[in-house]
Write a new protein. Sequence first.
Length: 273
Amino acid sequence: MDIDSTITLNNGVEMPRFGLGVWQAKAGSEVRDSVRWALEAGYRLIDTARVYDNEEDVGRILREGSAPREQVFVTTKLWNGDQGYASTSKALDASLRRLGLEYVDLYLMHWPVEGKRLESWRAMEKLLAAGKTRAIGVSNFLERHLDELLGSAEVMPAVNQVEFSPFLYQRDLLEFCRERGIQLEAYSPLTRGRRLDDATLVAVAARYGKSPAQVLIRWALQHDLVVIPKSVTRERVRANADVFDFTLGRDDMDALDALDESRHFAWDPTEAP
């Protein structure tokens, strides 16, 4: 496994295992620099969203050509206020205009909005057939949301992007998705910095000569997740990619697995009907 490693999604599309998330990266120079540094460091997956308000700046850097478009896997997302059959299509068209792209590689439903998610999915299936996205998936969906969707979907979601770390080890959801061929993707894998000083994590990191952040990323990769850590500093963007020269041993993986607190540091869909 290296920075160029990919996972084959259930529709045959190759998705990089490692990339850059830009949630809370400010529009303007902050997100532009972050994306530029990531591409320079070899990242080939960039994850943005309508609600992040930085699609335009992400697209600007993608069009600079530091990496060929066909080599960069671009994800954006359908926001809650845009859900609905007709509005979903308009929302992706608007995202494509902001990005300055003809298509995205993955379009995700950002949240399981009650009463709208099934019609939104029908529209996403049409967008997939029209070639405006190469794959479609969901975000923040739990097992019950996926069960409902799969009851009417013609196209199986390719990806479910959720918060995931040793401190939110959603073991049952991971197994649910594996059994159905849905790739789980981890956002906020670094706990938004809230648990980087955990004693067990720090001790594991010291054994490998790595940082706690690097250990968290490697843990997720070894659970066969796609991982999208976010950083807006050049050194950390590079450091986050320096996770392919070591492997966590079984005992250390078990120790990290045991840190689960069922703790969300970002959005919590537990109560989403």
